[in-house]
Unconditional design. Structure first.
Length: 272
């Protein structure tokens, strides 16, 4: 098999974000520097409210940093773009389109337009891989949350973005579907050479999918640690039972819990 060229990638250089609120600025990220190489998949963990979604929104071009720079594929991020596929946790699908139309939607937009036959083939591939073929003509309101989330995943994968930006995309899935979706994602990354940033609450999921795991500190999020995941590209379920994974999971969980305690103390502090 010939190697697939590595695509996409991100860089955050000394990025800070403070949200303007009626009570003054709320610092959400502080001096974050992080590079995701082309074809590299990086996971981010950290306590709730530490700035993870903020980091993803910067890369998606939905938010501009207060200071610092963000690039995607080597180009400064100035807004959303077809080079980045974004998947949120709340299964963002178009309620008025069928499953099939939702999945094919991106392929009808000018930036990613595909010939009808190519479009049909790619949509059929993901309908099948996501276990949604029977529901191709269904509207989202008739689907479970987990099914809607699979539609959202397929819709992002089908356009083959250089970079995937994923904010807790597997949280709503039952545990078997989640494992199946992990393996499907690993296949997509390998076949397409895609880079990505995954926000997750699950340290185990981060270790199973990513080449590196970034631990963010309590708010404002700073980089607390970056752990290399020493399992290479070949991941399978046997890994989930390995002592190496258990050890890393323990180390990362201890860091996250440390930051969780700091975050909880911050949240309890009365507003100034
Ligand atoms: N639009 C906003 N306006 C004001 N504060 C916000 C806004 N979005 C997020 N925040 C605050 O910024 C901090 C980080 O939020 P977020 O990035 O969503 O955290 P996480 O995804 O890690 O839970 C939180 O304290 C949150 O309340
Ligand atoms: Mg979040």
């Amino acid at each position: 098999m010939t190697a697939v060229p590595a695509r996409g990638g991100l860089s955050f250089s000394r990025v800070s974000v403070a949200y303007d609120t009626s009570r003054g600025p709320v610092p959400a990220l502080s001096e974050v520097s992080l590079t995701v190489a082309p074809g590299e998949f990086v996971a981010v963990v950290g306590p709730s409210g530490c700035g993870k979604s903020t980091l993803l929104k910067l890369a998606a071009g939905l938010l501009a940093p207060s200071s610092g720079t963000v690039t995607a594929g080597g180009v400064p991020v100035a807004g959303p773009g077809a080079d980045r596929g974004v998947i949120f946790q709340d299964y963002a699908v178009f309620p008025w389109l069928t499953v099939e139309q939702n999945i094919g939607f991106g392929l009808t937009l000018s930036a990613n337009r595909a010939e009808a036959r190519e479009r049909e083939a790619r949509v059929a591939h993901y309908l099948d891989r996501m276990g949604l073929a029977e529901f191709r003509h269904a509207l989202p309101k008739t689907l479970s949350g987990g099914m809607k989330q699979r539609v959202a995943l397929a819709r992002a994968y089908v356009v083959r973005p250089g970079t995937l930006l994923m904010d807790e995309p597997f949280g709503a899935l039952d545990s078997q579907t989640r494992l199946a979706m992990h393996d499907l994602l690993l296949g997509v990354l390998r076949q397409e050479g895609t880079a990505g940033l995954l926000i997750t609450h699950s340290v185990e999921e981060a270790l199973y999918l990513a080449a590196r795991v970034v631990v963010l500190s309590a708010r404002p999020g700073r980089i607390r640690a970056v752990m290399e995941v020493p399992f290479g590209r070949a991941r399978d379920h046997a890994l989930l039972a390995s002592p190496d994974l258990a050890r890393l999971k323990g180390e990362i969980t201890a860091l996250v819990m440390d930051e969780y305690r700091r975050q909880t103390a911050l949240d309890r502090r009365p507003a100034a």
